[in-house]
Design a protein around this ligand. Structure first.
Ligand code: PEP
Ligand code: MN
Length: 263
């Protein structure tokens, strides 16, 4: 993925999106797919803010084994139907190498979560496909760690890779869930030709900080954002504390597109 051997930006192409370079792609949706009706409603909201990619987890990497683990394959069906209804791409996490072929039937972009960034068997498995892979930075991963993780995917022949800065653990994560490493965006863009996007939701951890961090991502030149939205955050199945409500999401998106136009 080095710029040395491939100076021009990689543009990852999906049915409804061109991700990378000067393009600015909005990806939005609930943390978890909760029901067919709910994800359909969230798809409509995502689309109304300019998103071309609908995110949603059906296999959830929860910190506690007793937390909601996701709807599994049923969730993927609901997510696919919602995205198709609004002409959007699907982005969803694959947690297990044995699920790659099944998840691939429903998704346009695989998500590799922060906790699996160095799950090399999983990276090799998605590297054998040609489906785009959105790779999230591990919470304690260095820049070289994530670049090497991307290389595991590329080595298998899949060069459709999107790198995501989603916040890292630092000495002070009392008020934020993680620390958004905004400086990592231009650094990664210098080192790799793969698109670099920002997830302000898992960085901020609290709704009130999500919009400022999203706008920072746009200002620093990210090729897109991936944000969690929910109409009733207090009852969300996961990550309600960091969800933007529909109006908050649309306001954020409008500002982010405007900022990204001038940088
Ligand atoms: C998610 O996208 O919902 C998620 C679990 O993200 P991360 O892997 O960055 O924690
Ligand atoms: Mn989440």
């Amino acid at each position: 993925g080095s710029r040395l051997f491939h100076p021009e930006d990689t543009i990852v192409t999906t049915p409804h999106s061109q991700i990378g370079g000067d393009n600015f792609t909005m990806m939005a949706g609930p943390c978890s797919v909760e029901s067919a009706e709910h994800v359909m409603k969230m798809a409509e909201v995502a689309k109304s803010g300019g998103a071309t990619v609908l995110r949603g987890g059906a296999f959830k990497p929860r910190t506690s084994p007793y937390s909601f683990q996701g709807l599994g394959e049923d969730g993927l069906k609901f997510l696919r139907a919602a995205a198709d209804t609004f002409d959007m791409d699907v982005l969803t996490e694959v947690m297990d190498q044995d699920h790659v072929a099944m998840v691939e039937q429903y998704t346009d972009i695989f998500q590799i979560g922060a906790r699996n960034m160095q799950n090399f068997s999983l990276l090799k498995a998605v590297g054998k496909t040609q489906t785009p892979v959105m790779l999230k930075r591990g919470m304690s991963a260095t820049i070289d760690d994530i670049l090497n993780a991307a290389e595991y995917i590329a080595a298998g022949g899949n060069h459709n890779i999107i790198i995501t800065e989603r916040g890292i653990r630092t000495f002070d994560n009392k008020y934020t869930r993680n620390t958004l490493d905004v400086g990592a965006v231009p650094v990664l863009q210098k080192l790799t030709h793969y698109p670099v996007i920002v997830d302000p939701s898992h960085a901020a951890g609290h709704t009130e900080f999500v919009t400022p961090e999203a706008l920072a991502g746009a200002a620093v030149g990210a090729s897109g954002l991936v944000v969690e939205i929910h109409d009733d955050p207090a009852h969300a199945f996961s990550d309600g504390a960091q969800a933007l409500k529909p109006d908050e999401y649309r306001a954020m998106a409008q500002q982010a597109f405007a900022i990204r136009k001038v940088v």
